[in-house]
Design a protein around this ligand. Structure first.
Ligand SMILES: C[S@@+](CC[C@H](N)C(=O)[O-])C[C@H]1O[C@@H](n2cnc3c(N)ncnc32)[C@H](O)[C@@H]1O
Length: 212
């Protein structure tokens, strides 16, 4: 049975050991059917969200990207245990790896960015996952019409992400400029989302669509 070891709460994605992109695996051996529509979860944590998504939607592929290696090992052990051939987790620094991860003919149907680390201090803002380069990369790999779904329980983080996506000419905020989503797809709550709900924290949600 997969066992979760203790992990550091945060790692600094700018640390020297995270600057090399992770080479992509052979996708056709990782997934049972690589031709299925692909969803990415950026910062997949313990992986339970994608494990459950994979079980619920066997006609879609799911890829979790995560910088804390023990969480990736745990998530892939769960995947093996459950015999899920449509879910996979990759250890990587997303900011370094995502631009080189997928073959040019493979487009992503949906991206989730759920409760990204807030890095509150101004001098730590450069460690944030969502920046202009990441938004540009997503514009290149998401299928036209594809969705990016964002959740955060930290207003400053959510607002910063809203501004980053709205600054890109091809991403449309489905709720209207400057607005958080009032409707959001029915979904499986993530670990952090369950925690935020238990603590009765606000949850800010955003839905962006890539124009053609
Ligand atoms: C607060 S946790 C949220 C985990 C999960 N999405 C959830 O909602 O429960 C944010 C996750 O993003 C990962 N992460 C942060 N920056 C990353 C980066 N540059 N590349 C890959 N993973 C990253 C962290 O290690 C952490 O597991």
């Amino acid at each position: 049975m997969a066992r979760l070891v203790r992990v550091r709460e945060h790692v600094n994605p700018l640390a020297i050991q995270y600057q090399k992109p992770t080479p992509p695996p052979d996708w056709s051996t990782v997934y049972g059917d690589w031709s299925l529509p692909l969803s990415l979860d950026l910062g997949s944590g313990q992986g339970e969200y994608l494990i459950q998504m994979g079980q619920r939607y066997p006609d879609r592929n799911f890829l979790g990207l995560e910088i804390r290696r023990p969480l990736v090992e745990y998530s892939n052990a769960r995947r093996e245990e459950l015999g899920l051939s449509n879910v996979y987790f990759l250890f990587c620094n997303i900011n370094q790896t995502l631009p080189h991860l997928l073959p040019p003919d493979k487009r992503v149907a949906e991206v989730t960015i759920q409760f990204p680390d807030p890095w509150f201090k101004r001098r730590q803002h450069k460690r944030r996952l969502v920046n202009a380069e990441l938004v540009n990369t997503l514009a290149q790999i998401v299928v036209p019409g594809g969705m990016v779904l964002v959740q955060s329980d930290v207003w400053d983080t959510a607002y910063s992400i809203l501004r980053q996506f709205e600054a890109h000419p091809r991403f449309i905020n489905r709720a209207g400029a400057g607005q958080f989503a009032t409707s959001y797809p029915e979904h499986i709550p993530t670990e952090r989302e369950l925690w935020a709900m238990r603590k009765e924290r606000p949850i800010y949600r955003l839905v962006f669509q890539l124009s053609g």
